[in-house]
Write a protein that binds this ligand. Sequence first.
Ligand SMILES: *Cc1c(COP(=O)(O)O)cnc(C)c1O
Length: 424
Amino acid sequence: METRIETKCIHEGYKPQQGEPRQLPVYQSTTFSYNSSDFMGKLFDLEESGYFYTRLQNPTNDNVAAKICALEGGAAAMLTSSGQAANFFAIFNICEAGDHFIASSSIYGGTYNLFGVTLKKMGIECTFVEQDLSEEELSKYFKPNTKALFGETITNPTVKVLDIEKFARVAHSHGVPLIIDNTFATPINCRPFEWGADIVVHSTTKYMDGQGVGVGGCIVDSGNFDWMAHKDKFPGLTTPDESYHGITYAEKFGKGAFITKATAQLMRDFGAIQSPQNAFYLNLGLETLHIRIERHCANALKVAQFLEAHDKIEWVHYAGLENDKYHALAKKYLPNGTCGVLCFAVKGGRDESIKFMDKLKLATIATHVADAKTCLLHPASHTHRQLTDEQLLEAGISPDLIRFSVGIENADDLIADLKQALDN
Ligand SMILES: *Cc1c(COP(=O)(O)O)cnc(C)c1O
């Protein structure tokens, strides 16, 4: 039966049969038993599908991945141990030493470092681009060895909204897939595949988990990118894998090729699996994602409007605000709301911002975003403290920027807290 997204949050993924547990069981097992040696051999050859070792796949994880896959409208999905692992796998599944890819410069700091520093050590080069550039300007960065384009639906921490269709057109005109990190929007508010993205990644640590319980990630493939049409660019998918008995993923697995390869090669070799227990918690989070996101957005808009009107506030960035630079893009891609994260600065610069933060009583200072409890962070003193003011500005983060993650408390209480901290 075709269902709406709220129903998918509850019923997709695990579908109990007659007499089976109603809630998703935790398959707390490293291994799976067989009584036929021949069948087990076929599993290893990917001739049969089934479980054999949790480093590669586990039924609890696969049920949760299937739910996220349904929410995004994808063809195949896998969980990873973290959002970082998801982003690493998404790139490394199609890029190898000597390859190049392009990413928006306004992305999460951890991803920026992974792409710019760690992948570079592996011989993969990333060019960071200003995401608001025109198609013509973006096209100039493509080279013959470019293999992917990457951006975030809503950027962390600067909460810019990406023009996904523009990015998809540029990527496809150069024969490469568009990879979108949809962590902040979640599939409740935006489904990037509907706008031309090919692969979606998530840090499930954020809204999907929603309670700050478990670190995790997910990769979803739309199955829409035609690897065989660009055979020479993606040999890992379009030529035989000698480490897997000569299987050619794109031929044998069709729409499941990308995820099968990432599981069979990358999960096998790097082992960045999510623990089944964490996948179980993630599933509980997903069951309430749709109602939490609605409240996060409603609260964040109220908080943004309060801050915008306050005379001690220098600026507020929240695409839900009508005069925000990204409001038009938000209306197009996120018509039901953006997310619960916003950023702002207190008049007086860096020092005043820090003094203000210490006066808050409800909102706590935490290296986290996007869960039920309101929290905040000053990137210049915390996550990005090794950078000089100049380097911060290069990364698009002004030294006075406060990232404020609005939770699902009563909005009036949050506003009262902000008010006392600003007015005292
Ligand atoms: C947090 C975050 C990540 C990294 O995820 P982890 O689960 O912390 O590894 C990646 N992308 C975005 C947008 C994030 O917010």
